[in-house]
Structures are given as structure tokens and as C-alpha cells.
Design a protein around this ligand. Structure first.
Ligand SMILES: [Zn+2]
Length: 319
């Protein structure tokens, strides 16, 4: 099965109906503020045969959206039971342990760090979700609206469900009683949006740092939350070549980079999942070989960087 990262997963939108505070897409709920008819039209243009609403591979902006989604659908609802369909998505955790920790408690709050989402369950336990390439939370009310790849499902006492839907099973579920300890244990870097607002903190992070800039931005141990799409955009906005060597960057270039980390993440967080609202001046809309750079008209190129591919403008982002 070959899956392009831009079409990692989708909602089918042929059964739109309205709930009291949320809108349901074929019985799966989206917070009303984050779903508009024009989104369907936009993706209908891309995929006319199937009329899908798409998410990209989850990076910080998608996980922030999942946080809003769970906040809007799944808080303060006691959990009756948890069904684990694929124990292989559990990390250092048995199905029985997960079930006993969640039984009878409700999710009280959520916290996102990079690509991880923490759900406070009752007083002492936090469910930790990592969405891999194709993961997403899906809230639904009736079994016939169960998503296609539910690896674990929490059944609420009110009859609704929250599924961890993950086609490729590269996402995972774990538990912690101490979020800070979990982040330390995973050796995760600071959250790219919340923890790096101070430019001096950002500059200090790059002191004595070696390596290529794109690879480094995507290193979750260095900064948490930036993936392939966001790193391409940050470098495009900074007019910086993806293979630029960090020791060759001057302070002004690093300050520009810092401003664009915030600009890009804030813009994407605001947009997701209405990707069509990302400004036309962003690479996002031209992230395909041969498309014309929105700044200078040069054909966008794709090059391997580390184990990933970068899209960039060879003219605006020269080495
Ligand atoms: Zn250009």
C-alpha cells in the first residue's frame, strides 16, 4: 500500500449533518469553528471523485487541532470501557492497564507538546497520544459511524465514543503519571510554538550546533513539533537553503529563522484543517515539483535531505 503523505487520511463528507455544538461529517464530529463548507469545495477540487476533507501528516499544527477537537467533543464524559483492537499501538502498556486506568474516569483537560497530545484522565493518569503518519482522534455517537482504522476506542457512559484511528499503525498510545518526566524520558526538545517565543532562547539552542538546517529543525530532540511540511515552509519564508550548514548561519539569519518558525506555526495552527486559508504567498500552495515559486516564478524543486525530501525554490533559497 503506497500512501502519499498529503493524502494520509480523510473524512468522507457525503453525510453532513448538524449537531448542537459541533458539525458531524458522516457521523464523525468536527468542532463547528473548524469546519466550513468551502473546505469541502477546496478538497473536492483536488479529489473530485471522492469529495474528501484531508489532513496532512500530523505535525504541531495538526496536533493543536486534535487538541481543540478533543476539548470540543470528549472532555468531562465518564469512560465506561476501553476497547483495544490492536495492542501493537500500545507503548510499554498492556490493554488491561489502559482499561483499568481509564475505567470510570473522564478526560479533564488536554496539553500538546510538539507532536504529542496528553489527555488528563481523572486525577492521576494521563493518556499520551502520538499520531505517527496517519493517526487522528475521531468522536462519534453510533457504531455505524466507527472510523475505518480504530486501534483503540473509548466508550463514554453517554453512549458516544472516541477512537484512536490510525491507518498505518505508526502512531502510539501510552500512559504517564508525570508529563515532565515523560518529556524528559523521550528526550523531547522544547515545544516549537509555546517554548521558543524568546529569540535569545532560540539563539542559545543553536550555539555550537552542527548539521543541516532542515534536518535539525525536524529533529524532535532538538525542537518538538516541526515536521517535513512546516520545515520546508519555515525555510522558504526565511529564504534559506534546506541543506544550509548551521555553523555558517549568522545571528541575523537565525533571528529571521526564529521569526518564521513562529509565523509559519501560528499561520498553520490558525488554518488547519482549512488548508485553503494558508496565504497564497506560502510555499504550501506550491509544494510540488515544477510549480512556480509564489515569490519569483522559478520552478519549485524537490531534493533529498537526510532521509526526507525537501521542496524549495532554487532561486530564492540559494546555498
Ligand atoms: Zn523563488
Amino acid at each position: 500500500m503506497l500512501i502519499h503523505e498529503h493524502s494520509a487520511f480523510s473524512y468522507y463528507v457525503d453525510g453532513l449533518m448538524t449537531g448542537s455544538q459541533n458539525k458531524a461529517v458522516n457521523g464523525q464530529y468536527l468542532p463547528a469553528a473548524h469546519f466550513q463548507f468551502k473546505t469541502m469545495l477546496f478538497f473536492a477540487k483536488l479529489k473530485p471523485a471522492r469529495n474528501q476533507l484531508l489532513f496532512f501528516m500530523p505535525e504541531l499544527p495538526e496536533v493543536r487541532y486534535f487538541k481543540k477537537y478533543i476539548d470540543a467533543t470528549s472532555l468531562h464524559k465518564p469512560i465506561q470501557r476501553t476497547r483495544v483492537h490492536n495492542p501493537e499501538v500500545l507503548r510499554d502498556l498492556s490493554s488491561q492497564k489502559l482499561q483499568s486506568c481509564l475505567k470510570g474516569v473522564a478526560f479533564e483537560s488536554t496539553y500538546a507538546h510538539g507532536k504529542y497530545l496528553f489527555l488528563q484522565a481523572g486525577k492521576s493518569c494521563q493518556l499520551v497520544l502520538h499520531f505517527g503518519m496517519t493517526g487522528r482522534p475521531v468522536y462519534y455517537k453510533t457504531e455505524d459511524h466507527t472510523p475505518d482504522y480504530p486501534r483503540a476506542i473509548m466508550d463514554f457512559e453517554n453512549g458516544a465514543h472516541l477512537a484512536f484511528d490510525c491507518m498505518r499503525m505508526l502512531g502510539n498510545i501510552s500512559l504517564t503519571t508525570d508529563r515532565e518526566h515523560f518529556l524528559k524520558d523521550k528526550k523531547l526538545g522544547p515545544d516549537a510554538l509555546r517554548d521558543l517565543s524568546d529569540p535569545e532562547t532560540f539563539l542559545r539552542l543553536f550555539e555550537d550546533k552542527r548539521g543541516m538546517i532542515k534536518t535539525t529543525l525536524m529533529d524532535q530532540h532538538f525542537i518538538a513539533g516541526i515536521g517535513n511540511v512546516c520545515s520546508d515552509e519555515i525555510l522558504f519564508q526565511s529564504m534559506m537553503h534546506p541543506k544550509k550548514n548551521i555553523p555558517t548561519l549568522g545571528e541575523n539569519e537565525l533571528r529571521t529563522l526564529h521569526e518564521n518558525v513562529a509565523l509559519v506555526l501560528e499561520t498553520y495552527v490558525e488554518a488547519v484543517p482549512e488548508y485553503e486559508t494558508i496565504p497564497d504567498s506560502f510555499l504550501f500552495n506550491y509544494r510540488s515539483e515544477g510549480k512556480e515559486c509564489p515569490r519569483c516564478g522559478t520552478a519549485v524543486e524537490k531534493i533529498p535531505v537526510g532521509s526526507r525530501s525537501a521542496y524549495y525554490c532554487p532561486d530564492c533559497q540559494s546555498r
